[in-house]
Design a protein around this ligand. Structure first.
Ligand SMILES: *Cc1c(COP(=O)(O)O)cnc(C)c1O
Ligand code: SF4
Length: 356
């Protein structure tokens, strides 16, 4: 783990087709037609930074698995749905998802620097997805202004960091000027996919009187590169705390050693692990899905061997737009008027302890 054995020259540009991937030596040329069919259905983008992390000699490479198209994506399992977390049901106006009273999602763009094969918004994101127009952005801001119960605005998408610093800065400034908006959060994969986007100008654009947080999406310890750590430091120096969200993915990070290495690497890079998401029921992603009980067992295993600061909450977005909830493991159990508490080693104790 950690080091890539093979060093190839860094690709000059983002790889966007099966032909590009074959030319870069990431997939066999004989697989081009088969993978082109997948790419026609779900957008492909692999940045030079991420392509450089892939070991093409390893058929189970955890970075390749996240970003290279796979024919299994064209198989739809019965439980899967186009809108797995019910964004549409909670969207009062274009660009806004208002599911919880006190916070909204604002989605200015539908493109990402890289396309994750397990993406929960895969039916919406892609290079064809139009950004909000100036008028639509103005209406979305009016909606937020009119709803004084909105305490926090979450910029997501797509990836808000694909916006030019000037545009992003203007959006953050407009949100910051709304008196009842006290916190602004940006959900992004860009610092992992292309750490160079976090320029000093971008970090300056995020400066605000209001609290601004960046939550980066990162799933494997190998994604925590020196370049990512440098990008995080630029944000932190601009007064922007950085947290992370990860998705629990079969064949990528569904073992205790990898998760421990991931959360430690993030913590050491000044990133506080926030959420570990149980994978959503997005179409064609069954090969990534981990059993919920296995996820709980992994989290239980981390409890005693990983700093509390490095522990994310394991959450599930209840299908249908019902919201996110922690899904365990559970350490406290009420029975016959007393509590039984499990300690980090798995030993059970009565609480409060018996007297005498
Ligand atoms: C995930 C999500 C949020 C943010 O939830 P937190 O638990 O506060 O991180 C807000 N709104 C919607 C619609 C979401 O999907
Ligand atoms: S960065 Fe996020 S929104 Fe974009 S493809 Fe990956 S999971 Fe989907």
């Amino acid at each position: 783990m950690g080091k890539v054995k093979t060093r190839r020259p860094k690709a000059a540009r983002t790889l966007r087709s099966a032909d590009d991937l074959a030319a870069a030596g990431l997939v066999a040329a004989t697989r081009r037609a088969e993978l082109a069919r997948v790419a026609a259905r779900y957008a492909v983008a692999v940045t030079p930074d991420l392509a450089g992390l892939i070991d093409p000699a390893d058929p189970a490479d955890p970075i390749a698995r996240q970003f290279l198209p796979d024919p299994r994506e064209l198989r739809r399992a019965p439980d899967e749905r186009d809108d797995p977390i019910g964004d549409a049901a909670n969207s009062p106006i274009k660009g806004i998802v208002h599911r919880y009273p006190d916070r909204v999602l604002l989605t200015p763009v539908h493109v990402c620097p890289v396309y994750c094969r397990f993406c929960f918004r895969r039916e919406k994101v892609g290079p064809g997805g139009a950004a909000l127009t100036r008028a639509e952005t103005a209406s979305a801001l009016d909606y937020i202004r009119a709803h004084t119960e909105i305490f926090e605005v979450i910029l997501t998408g797509g990836d808000p960091l694909v916006l030019a610093p000037g545009k992003l800065g203007a959006l953050v400034a407009a949100l910051g000027a709304i008196p009842h908006v006290r916190a602004i959060r940006l959900h992004t994969r860009a610092p992992v996919a292309r750490p160079g986007v976090v320029t000093p100008a971008l970090a300056r654009a995020l400066r605000s009187e209001k609290a601004v947080y960046v939550v980066l999406h990162c799933n494997h310890p190998r994604e925590v590169t020196k370049a990512l750590a440098a990008a995080v430091l630029r944000l932190v120096k601009a007064g922007v705390p950085v947290l992370s969200q990860s998705v629990l993915l079969k064949g990528v990070n569904d073992d205790a050693d990898t998760l421990q290495a991931l959360f430690r690497a993030l913590l050491a890079a000044r990133v506080k692990p926030y959420y570990l998401h149980h994978p959503d029921l997005a179409p064609g992603t069954a090969h990534f899905r981990v059993d919920l009980a296995a996820g709980q067992a992994l989290m239980r295993g981390l409890r005693g061997r990983l700093s509390g600061l490095a522990q994310p909450a394991y959450v599930l977005d209840v299908p249908g737009g019902h919201g996110k909830v922690p899904v365990g493991p559970v350490y406290a159990e009420a029975k016959d008027g007393a509590w039984t508490i499990e300690d980090p080693r798995g030993k059970r104790h009565r609480y409060p302890p018996e007297r005498g």
